[in-house]
Write a protein that binds this ligand. Structure first.
Ligand SMILES: N[C@@H](CCC(=O)N[C@@H](CS)C(=O)NCC(=O)O)C(=O)O
Length: 216
């Protein structure tokens, strides 16, 4: 059975859980305790994820330590060209949104929210929030452009592009970017949440996230 290293509070792990549920693939969850920095322990970094993060998907000898790598593997392994089209232009269209998820959404929305919710800032401190929000706004403006014209980001139907962008756009109000100005995104979020077998959301992060211990 496949194994997913996940965090109870992890939005990136949520992406992989959503696709596993959509594809009806049974899997075992291994919960990493992000609050006690289990994901920064030497053995985990040496043997499971050199980045010291979740998610990680293990399937026999194969191990993938990035949410997109996990989703690409699952879609191709199951030969689901609906979730990941393989025709040249259609696949590149998906990659537009995957790139947005790993750039403006990750560094703007995810890290801005993490700062607000846990007072852990990747760069600087709370005075840098407007910079995170500027990246987040670029992502949301780009998505609104597309979603004011069509229901899904990359195709006439849902693909892994939608899953990749979903968690941190859903939670963007917690990074100080409410959905009110984005009717296309708001309707898209409802469409995603109305999908059958949309995996359970991660737990809300707590504020008492301790500093990383010097020795881990
Ligand atoms: N690009 C990675 C990002 C993964 C990521 O940011 N994971 C978070 C949880 S959602 C994490 O492990 N954070 C702990 C850390 O970076 O120290 C992916 O898409 O898998």
């Amino acid at each position: 059975m496949m194994k997913l290293y996940t965090g109870a509070e992890s939005g990136n792990s949520w992406k992989v859980r959503i696709l596993l549920e959509q594809l009806e693939i049974p899997y075992e969850k291994v919960y990493m305790d992000l609050l006690t920095w289990e994901h920064k322990k030497k053995d985990y970094i040496a043997d499971i994820n050199p980045r010291g993060q979740v998610p990680v998907l293990v399937d026999g000898e194969n191990r993938f330590w990035d949410s997109t790598a996990c989703m690409v593997y699952l879609a191709r392994k199951m030969n689901r060209t609906d979730w990941l089209p393989i025709e040249a232009a259609a696949m590149a269209e998906v990659m537009h949104w995957i790139a947005l998820a790993h750039c403006e959404i990750h560094f703007g929305l995810q890290y801005g929210r993490r700062g607000v919710m846990r007072d852990r800032w990747v760069i600087g401190d709370a005075t840098n929030l407007p910079q995170y929000q500027r990246f987040g706004k670029m992502a949301m403006d780009t998505m609104e452009w597309r979603l004011s014209q069509q229901d899904w980001l990359a195709a006439p139907h849902i693909t892994i592009a939608d899953i990749a962008c979903f968690p941190y756009v859903l939670n963007s109000p917690e990074a100080g970017l409410p959905h009110g100005a984005y009717p296309g995104i708001s309707a898209w979020l409802k469409r995603c949440l109305a999908m059958p077998r949309w995996a359970e959301p991660p737990r809300a992060p707590t504020r008492d996230y301790p500093d990383m211990p010097a020795e881990s």
